[in-house]
Ligand binder design. Structure first.
Ligand SMILES: Nc1ncnc2c1ncn2[C@@H]1O[C@H](COP(=O)(O)OP(=O)(O)OP(=O)(O)O)[C@@H](O)[C@H]1O
Length: 585
C-alpha cells in the first residue's frame, strides 16, 4: 500500500463527499436489515397460527399487512440509499481519476525530450489510461465494497450473534472459503485478461500500421501476406479470449455453490436446533437464510477487492516512477522578460547521453539581432543540435551558451521559448484545420494575421485552392498535404508569433528554388530586426546570410560570408559548384 499513499491527497481533497458516502452506506445497510427481520417475524406469526398458538386470524392478517408495508418501505429506502452510495463513491473516483490523469499529463509536458526517448509511446499511453483506470478501481469500487462489507458484517453479524450464536458460527464458517476462492479466481481472471489485452494491443498496432502503410503494402503487392499474418494474430487473440471465458465461467457457479453450502448448513443446523428446542422460533431459520444471502456478495467482494488493490498498487507504482522523474531542463525563473536575440556559442561540446554521440565539438560563433546565420553541413554533422540547444531542448554540458549575454539556463524558460519560432525538420501538423495549425503558434491571432503568415510562407495560394480553404482539415480525416506544403504551413505557424529568434531546420528542402527564394525574400523583410538561423543543405538558402558556418562531424570547418567562402577551397565551394552545375544542367 506504500505506492497508493500518493492517492491519499485526493482522498483528503474529497473527504466531505467520502464521509457522506460512508454515512449513506451505513444507513442503507441498516434499512436492508429490516427485510429479513420482518420476513422472519411474518413466518413466526404464521407458524404460531398453524400451531394454534394464535387463533385470531384478523390479528395475523393485520400483522402480515403491516410487515409487508415495512418490508416494502425498507427495501425502497435501502435501494434509494444504495443508489446514492454509488453516486457518491463512484463519482468521487471519477473526480480522482480526472485529477490523477491531469497530474500525469502535466508531468509529461514538463519532462524533457530525453525522457521521451527513453520511454516508448505505448508505455506513456498505458500509464495515463490503463494504469490510471486501475487506480480508479481502488478509489471507487474497492473503497465502496470495503465500506459496504465492513458495515454489513458489523451490523448483520451483531444481530445474528444476538439472535442465535451457534447457528451464526456454522452459517458464516464457509464464507472465508468463498472469499479466498474468489480471490484466487480473480487473480487468474486478471492474469488471463492481461494476456488478452496484450494480444489485443498487438492486433491493434498491427492493424493500425497496415492501414498507415497501405500504400507500401499495395505497391509491393503484399496484401495476401498481410492478410495471412492478420488471421494468425487474430486466431491467437481468439484462443486467449476463449481461455479467459473458461475461467470466468467459474465465477458465478462457485458463488452459487458456496451460498448453497451455507444455506444447507442453516437449514440442517437450524432445523436440528428447532427440534432440540435450542431455537424456539422457526422464523429465525428463514431470517438466517436471508442473512446468508445478504452476506455472500460482500464476502465474495473481499477477494475481489484484495485483487483490485494489488493491481492498483502495481499501477500506481508505475505512475509514481514517472511522477518522481525530475525534468532535466529546469526553469529557474517564472518572470517574463524580453529577449533581444543576441546568441553566442562559446566552445560548446555536446554529447547525446543515450547514444554517446558527440554531436558538437568546441563550437564557437555569435549572431546579433537583425542578422541571419546559415548553417551548412553534411547529414549528421550537428546542425539540428545547434538549434535544439538554442531552444533549450537540451542543456549545454561543456562550454557556454549566452543569449543576450546571459547564460541560457538563467533565463526564464517560458520567455525564451516564447521568443523562438522553431520550424523543425519533420514538420508535424495536427489533425485539425489548416487555420488552427497556423494559429497554434498564437491562439488569439486574427484571420488577417493567419492569412498574412501564410502569404509570407508562400502557401496562401495553395490553401485557397482547397475547397474549404483555411478550414480544410488535415491528417487522417482530411487531406494530405505535400511535403513542401507541410513545411510552409509550419513556417507560417512559426512566423505568426512574431518571434525574436527564428530557427529553420532544413525546412525548405521540399520546396522548389523559386518558392524558396520567395519565402527567403519575405523573411528578409519581416525579420529585419530579428535573429534568424537557417539550417540547410542548399547554397541557395544560405547565400544571402550575414554569416555562414560549415559543419563537419560536429566541428566548424569554415566560417564567413557567401562571397568569402566561394573563394576558399573546401566543402562550401565544392557544394556551390556542384549545385550550380546541377542548376545549369
Ligand atoms: N536526439 C538524439 N539522440 C541521440 N543522438 C542524436 C540525437 N539527435 C541527433 N543525434 C546524433 O547526433 C549527430 C548530429 O545530429 P544532428 O541531427 O544535429 O545532425 P544534422 O546535421 O542536423 O543532420 P541532418 O542534416 O541529417 O538533419 C548525429 O550523429 C545523430 O545521429
Amino acid at each position: 500500500m506504500k505506492e497508493l499513499q500518493h492517492i491519499n491527497k485526493y482522498f483528503a481533497k474529497y473527504r466531505g463527499r467520502l464521509l457522506l458516502g460512508v454515512i449513506i452506506t451505513i444507513a442503507a445497510r441498516i434499512f436492508a436489515l429490516y427485510v429479513p427481520q420482518f420476513i422472519g417475524d411474518s413466518t413466526h406469526v404464521i407458524e404460531q397460527y398453524i400451531n394454534n398458538e394464535v387463533t385470531d386470524a384478523a390479528y395475523v392478517k393485520s400483522t402480515l399487512v403491516d410487515n409487508i408495508i415495512i418490508i416494502l418501505g425498507a427495501t425502497f429506502i435501502s435501494a434509494f440509499l444504495t443508489f446514492l452510495m454509488r453516486q457518491t463513491f463512484i463519482v468521487v473516483s471519477r473526480h480522482i481519476e480526472f485529477d490523477l490523469k491531469n497530474e500525469v499529463y502535466q508531468q509529461y509536458q514538463a519532462l524533457s525530450l530525453n525522457f521521451y526517448k527513453k520511454n516508448r509511446t505505448g508505455d506513456l499511453m498505458n500509464r495515463i489510461s490503463d494504469d490510471v483506470s486501475k487506480v480508479r478501481m481502488y478509489t471507487g469500487p474497492a473503497l465502496m465494497y470495503s465500506v459496504t462489507t465492513v458495515t454489513l458484517f458489523v451490523v448483520v453479524l451483531a444481530y445474528m450473534i444476538n439472535t442465535a450464536p451457534m447457528l451464526t458460527l456454522y452459517t458464516v464458517a464457509p464464507l472465508p472459503f468463498l472469499s479466498f476462492a474468489i480471490y484466487k479466481l480473480s487473480r487468474l481472471i486478471n492474469k488471463k485478461s492481461t494476456i488478452v489485452q496484450q494480444y489485443l494491443s498487438k492486433l491493434n498496432t498491427y492493424t493500425q500500421e497496415s492501414f498507415s502503410g497501405i500504400s507500401v503494402i499495395k505497391s509491393y503487392g503484399l496484401e495476401q501476406q498481410i492478410n495471412k499474418e492478420f488471421v494468425e494474430l487474430s486466431n491467437t487473440n481468439k484462443e486467449k479470449n476463449i481461455d479467459l471465458v473458461k475461467v470466468q465461467a467459474f465465477f458465478f457457479p462457485l458463488m452459487v455453490l458456496l451460498i448453497g453450502v451455507s444455506n444447507v448448513l442453516v437449514i440442517y443446523i437450524g432445523g436440528r436446533q428447532v427440534i432440540t428446542g435450542e431455537i424456539d422460533n422457526f422464523g429465525i431459520i428463514v431470517e438466517f437464510l436471508l442473512y446468508v444471502n445478504m452476506l455472500t456478495w460482500p464476502v465474495a467482494t473481499v477477494g475481489w477487492v484484495a485483487d483490485m488493490v494489488q493491481r492498483a498498487e502495481a499501477s500506481q507504482k508505475r505512475i509514481n516512477e514517472f511522477l518522481s522523474e525530475e525534468p532535466e531542463i529546469k526553469n529557474h525563473s517564472s518572470k517574463k522578460i524580453a529577449i533581444h536575440g543576441d546568441i553566442e556559442f562559446k566552445n560548446i561540446t555536446f554529447t547525446y547521453e543515450d547514444t554517446g554521440i558527440t554531436a558538437l565539438k568546441n563550437v564557437s560563433f555569435n549572431i546579433h539581432p537583425g542578422e541571419t546565420l546559415a548553417i551548412i553541413g553534411k547529414t549528421g554533422s550537428g546542425k539540428s543540435t545547434i538549434l535544439e540547444l538554442i531552444s533549450r531542448l537540451y542543456d549545454v554540458q561543456k562550454g557556454e551558451l549566452l543569449i543576450d549575454d546571459k547564460e541560457i539556463k538563467t533565463l526564464p524558460l517560458h520567455s525564451l521559448r516564447k521568443a523562438i519560432g522553431y520550424v523543425p525538420q519533420d514538420a508535424f501538423l495536427f489533425s485539425d484545420s489548416i487555420k488552427s495549425n497556423i494559429k497554434f503558434g498564437k491562439n488569439d491571432a486574427s484571420e488577417e494575421e493567419v492569412i498574412q503568415a501564410a502569404k509570407n510562407a508562400a502557401v496562401h495560394e495553395n490553401i485557397i485552392g482547397f475547397s474549404k480553404g483555411y478550414d480544410t482539415i488535415l491528417g487522417e480525416r482530411g487531406i494530405t498535404l505535400s511535403g513542401g506544403q507541410k513545411q510552409r504551413v509550419s513556417i507560417a505557424r512559426a512566423i505568426i508569433q512574431n518571434p525574436q529568434i527564428l530557427l529553420f531546420d532544413d525546412c525548405l528542402s521540399a520546396v522548389d528554388t523559386e518558392t524558396e527564394e520567395e519565402i527567403l525574400n519575405n523573411l528578409h523583410s519581416i525579420s529585419s530586426q530579428k535573429t534568424t538561423v537557417i539550417v540547410s543543405h542548399r547554397i541557395s538558402s544560405a547565400k544571402n546570410a550575414d554569416k555562414i558556418i560549415v559543419l563537419e562531424n560536429g566541428e566548424i570547418l569554415q566560417q564567413g560570408t557567401h562571397s568569402q567562402l566561394i573563394t576558399l577551397d573546401g566543402y562550401y565551394k565544392e557544394l556551390y559548384l556542384k549545385q550550380l552545375s546541377e542548376k545549369e544542367n
